[in-house]
Design a protein around this ligand. Structure first.
Ligand code: ME8
Length: 508
């Protein structure tokens, strides 16, 4: 059985879940649902990143201990993802005992092998990013992400001998051209590797920061938050058991936003090399969302909350919009008018309308009882079957390439075709003549099949909606999951389907 290990970044607990983190969660949740439904062994990990200066400062500002802050915010992240029906298999916190032990074990091991050593350091540090910047990486002397001037810091520190693995990483990228995807981000990492990457400072003196994992060989220092955080991808699996780790590593598909490319594209693979572990399969990097053309920020008051969106338009509509509107790897803009337009045109008029018209006619003309198909099928019916077969093939291809919007587009082309089939075959006119009722029954049977296949293809994207469609079709669980069930085999004549409920009421 094929296996996949899907991960999200672990989020800092100095903020709340928002459109950006929700987007990463929705992409990964959709993929986890997709692969699980197709019988892959799937492990889906998310969690919270809780150490470091940023968190210590946020706790001080809130007048609480770091532990109290992290407990509260981590729980609120978890609750938000639960409310969004994110089907993660494990939620890791970097303050979990098992994670701390694992980080210390790795540190001790690399210290013994000589890949961690003590030295002096001077550099420009951005506290927002929790990392040092080279002058070249700055824009007008400022951190390009936070637009603040980094601080010059001079201290003694433990280093991770990252430079030792630079050549091996370059060779790996050459041998695995899609290791980091899409290509633009791979090229960015390749460019970083053209310069000497140097060694990585991985400790912070307790005189400056206490909220971190203590270095096992020197209690005057805590561990740099990125060295700690990246290890979550392995500590979580080990926590579940050595067998789980053996099964899922290195089947990792990491998903991140473009802001954290360097830690994942340079620090993490070199750490894995030093640890003697195989590298992850892919680093999948998505773009950033803006809101009505502007960067999302608390001060602008334009932060979009996934739970507000759930209350406003429903979870599936929010999921649909984020997945349909963006191209993986590119930036996207969240606009109320696009959301409104897509909701009405695609959810209400296309799929919503197809479901309600088909089931309403089935109820009106046959009291919900399924009728036989035409044998042989007329050309127009065969074309409908072909449209859905094509959608199924395209979904598979696009999901594999992470083109989730194109996968959705492919299904919606088929449902659009089904709506046109209703107009062209006009069952509502035929039904006026009792002699035509067998043809009406066959047309409606085709439409029920169209609904079944649509729901099957859309389940990972619109889980709640598809559950409602399956419920109305009264299909047993095992038949929902058979992807190669031939057209016409799902519903025996006489099978009772139910009346529709409005899936996506039109927005005014
Ligand atoms: O970086 N558009 O955590 P973080 C799209 N703790 N995605 C966005 C976004 C936006 N406008 N804003 C944030 C960290 N994201 C570290 C990660 S992993 C070992 C440690 C998403 O809370 C996107 O996935 O700052 C981005 O990479 C992540 O949130 C950053 O989350």
């Amino acid at each position: 059985m094929p296996r996949i290990y899907i991960t999200t970044p672990i989020y800092y607990v100095n903020g709340d879940p928002h459109l950006g983190s929700a987007y990463t969660m929705l992409i990964t949740d959709t993929l986890a649902r997709y692969y699980r439904a197709r019988g892959w062994e799937t492990f889906f990990l998310t969690g919270t990143d809780e150490h470091g200066d940023k968190i210590e400062k946020a706790a001080a500002a809130a007048g609480v201990s770091p532990k109290a802050l992290t407990d509260r915010v981590s729980a609120s992240f978890r609750a938000a993802w639960d409310d969004c029906d994110i089907t993660y298999d494990h939620f890791i916190r970097t303050t979990d005992e098992h994670h701390i032990r694992y980080v210390q074990e790795v540190l001790a091991r690399l210290y013994d092998t000589g890949d961690i050593y003590f030295g002096g350091y001077q550099g420009l540090y951005c506290f927002g990013c929790e990392r040092f910047y080279t002058p070249k990486e700055l824009r007008d002397g400022k951190c390009p992400d936070h637009l603040t001037e980094p601080k010059m810091i001079e201290e003694e520190t433990y280093f991770f001998r990252m430079s030792k693995y630079q050549e091996r990483l370059i060779a790996h990228l050459e041998a695995h051209p899609d290791f980091i995807r899409p290509e633009g981000f791979r090229n960015e990492v390749v460019a970083m590797l053209r310069e000497p990457i140097g060694d990585l400072s991985i400790s912070r003196p307790k005189t400056r920061l206490t909220w971190g994992i203590e270095m096992p060989f020197d209690n005057r220092y805590v561990t740099y938050v990125w060295f700690d955080a990246l290890l979550n991808y392995i500590s979580a699996l080990k926590h579940k058991g050595e067998d789980v780790f053996e099964r899922f590593w290195p089947e990792a598909e990491h998903f991140i936003g473009k802001d954290i490319l360097k830690p994942h594209g340079v620090f993490w693979p070199t750490m894995l090399m030093a640890m003697g572990e195989p590298l992850y399969r892919h680093l999948n990097v998505h773009g950033f969302w803006t809101v009505e053309g502007q960067k999302m920020s608390k001060s602008l008051g334009n932060v979009i909350s996934p739970l507000d969106m759930k209350a406003k338009i429903g979870l599936d509509a929010f999921r649909y919009f984020l997945l349909r509107e963006s191209v993986f790897g590119q930036d996207a803009d969240f606009r109320e008018d696009s959301l409104h337009a897509r909701y009405n045109a695609e959810l209400a008029n296309n799929i919503g309308n197809l479901v309600s018209r088909s089931l309403a006619m089935q109820d009106r003309y046959f009291q919900g009882a399924v009728q036989p198909l035409s044998d042989p099928m007329p050309e127009i019916d065969q074309r409908l079957v072909a449209a859905f077969a094509q959608a199924a093939a395209e979904v598979e291809q696009h999901v594999t390439n992470l083109s989730l919007s194109r996968a959705l587009e492919a299904v919606f082309r088929a449902t659009d075709h089904a709506n046109k089939y209703i107009t062209e075959t006009a069952p509502f006119t035929l039904a006026k003549d009792p002699a035509s009722l067998p043809r009406v029954g066959a047309i409606l049977h085709n439409l029920l099949e169209a609904l079944r296949v649509s729901a099957q293809l859309l389940t990972p994207f619109l889980p709640d909606t598809c559950e409602k469609i399956f419920a109305a079709l009264v299909l047993p669980d095992e038949r929902k999951r058979v992807y190669d069930l031939p057209w016409g085999r799902a519903f025996a004549p006489g099978h009772q389907v139910q009346k529709p409920q409005a899936l996506f009421p039109r927005l005014p």
